[in-house]
Design a protein around this ligand. Structure first.
Ligand code: GBH
Length: 453
């Protein structure tokens, strides 16, 4: 039976792009097949104590072998687009140099299967799975990595560019910088605190160089997927507002402004960056066709408390100039993240106010939640609320062209392992059986309704 709608959603524009998202390291498995090289996540998950449930992503959902079934699930669902990521270590196992044709063959088959199902492929070129050899050479802390990334982007575009229309360069460079290089809770497990900032700059430079490589191959629709959320100060006190402003500059504006405005948000941060960044900012700020936003929840931030804290699964050490706090007074997902749909309206309206004409059309490239169970009414409520909030932003004049649910499938949720389930489709990890959840049937109805007259 189709779960009931709380009430019908408002109508979105006819040409609005509806989709779902995944990423390679979280679903593919088959880490030693088809000539794939090791990624930082293979190595990181192999170290004891890194992944909370002791798991790794060697098999994950086995999408590498089961992609025909997953494409059938997408087709049944009725999405117009599917956002997946291409694994750099599958395509260029040594990070630079020789292209592995067998690795590209996999994405070639996937793209053809999607097109045959009437679904637009939307590849992301980098969703955190750096080739380990690149990491061994300094990873995103060094400039060369941006250049190698662009060479890899060129190889992917050369192979898929005749069939792929829309491209995404990076996924959430903020998270890789903070969690991977700053706090060590994601691969590559470095704990450099503010010493992580060169990784932000080099990812952004990699984005700009990849845009150039894609353009040279004729790409006409390119975006980035940045994570953003409104930042709320814990109180009106100056110290809390100052801390929240710092957090906002570090996690939102540091990644939006180089791309949209061609500058870093402030001098303090620019001083921590390598060398003279002015020429790089010209590369980073090349015009995009659209700007992707991954939205999960706002951040509530106050002054430092002189002790480590844990928020939403992230351990924040003491000594930082801010302290994120739990948001009270809203429902929570089973990850502990507050459910705040109106935060999405606030975010989008705020983006338009701040960036005005410099802001290209927006696509919500991820939005979703973690809940247990196959009859997942909470996920329906979450998505329903966020789609209404998105519509409200559009009604207020924000130009939004698409919306992608994270995620099609339950998958490897990074440091959480398999404990957090974000899928519209349940995966039984013992048998790899896929079972559509109530939210899948609900979303299918939404898509039908939106497509109908
Ligand atoms: C995305 O990251 C990833 O792109 C995707 O791979 C992942 O599976 C998915 O989301 C679900 O996690 O204010 O301290 O509570 C999401 C990154 C993590 C960004 C939580 C906001 C809030 C930190 N988000 N974070 S806190």
């Amino acid at each position: 039976a189709v779960p009931e709608f709380p009430r019908p959603l408002p109508r979105f524009p006819k040409e609005f792009l509806w989709g779902v998202s995944t990423s390679a390291a979280q679903i593919e498995g088959a880490v030693e097949e088809g000539g794939r090289g090791a990624s930082t996540w293979d190595v990181f998950a192999g170290e004891s104590g890194r992944i909370k449930d002791g798991s790794d992503a060697r098999v994950a959902t086995d999408h590498y072998h089961r992609y025909p079934e997953d494409v059938r699930l997408l087709k049944e669902l009725g999405v117009g687009a599917y956002r997946f990521s291409v694994a750099w270590p599958r395509v260029v196992p040594d990070g630079r140099g020789a292209v592995n044709a067998a690795g590209l063959d996999f994405y070639d088959r996937l793209v053809d299967a999607l097109l045959a199902a009437g679904i637009a492929p939307v590849p992301t070129l980098f969703h955190w799975d750096t080739p380990q050899v690149v990491e061994d050479g300094g990873g995103w802390l060094v400039r060369e990595t941006a250049e190698w990334f662009a060479a890899y982007a060129d190889a992917v575009a050369a192979r898929l560019g005749d069939r792929v229309e829309r491209w995404i360069t990076l996924n959430e460079p903020a998270e890789l910088t903070l969690l991977g290089y700053g706090l060590g809770q994601h691969a590559p497990g470095r704990e450099l605190l503010f010493g992580a900032l060169p990784a932000a700059h080099h990812q952004l430079l990699g984005h700009g160089l990849a845009v150039q490589a894609l353009r040279a191959r004729g790409a006409r629709s390119i975006g980035i997927a940045n994570s953003h959320g409104p930042t709320w100060a814990a109180s009106d006190a100056a110290q809390d507002r100052h801390a929240a402003d710092f957090y906002d500059r570090l996690l939102n504006r540091l990644f939006a402004e180089p791309v949209l405005l061609g500058r870093y948000p402030d001098e303090d941060v620019a001083e921590l960056l390598p060398g003279n960044v002015d020429d790089d900012l010209k590369v980073i700020s090349q015009p995009l066709d659209w700007y992707g936003i991954n939205y999960y929840q706002p951040s509530l931030v106050g002054r430092p408390r002189g002790e480590a804290t844990e928020v939403g699964g992230t351990r924040i050490p003491e000594g930082l100039p801010f302290a994120p706090q739990d948001i009270e007074g809203y429902p929570r997902t089973d990850f502990g993240w507050a459910v705040v749909p109106e935060g999405l309206t606030e975010l989008l309206v705020g983006f338009r106010e701040r960036y005005g004409k410099r802001l290209p059309p927006i696509v919500i490239t991820e939005n979703g939640c973690s809940y247990e169970g196959i009859d997942d009414r909470e996920r329906i409520a979450y998505l329903d609320g966020h789609l209404r909030a998105l519509h409200a932003a559009m009604a207020a004049g924000v130009d939004v062209r698409g919306y992608f649910v994270w995620s099609l499938l339950d998958n490897f949720e990074w440091a959480e392992g398999y404990a957090r389930r974000f899928g519209l489709v349940h995966v039984d990890y013992a048998t790899l059986t896929r079972t559509p959840k109530s939210s899948y049937r609900w979303f299918r109805e939404v898509l039908r309704e939106q497509a109908g007259g």
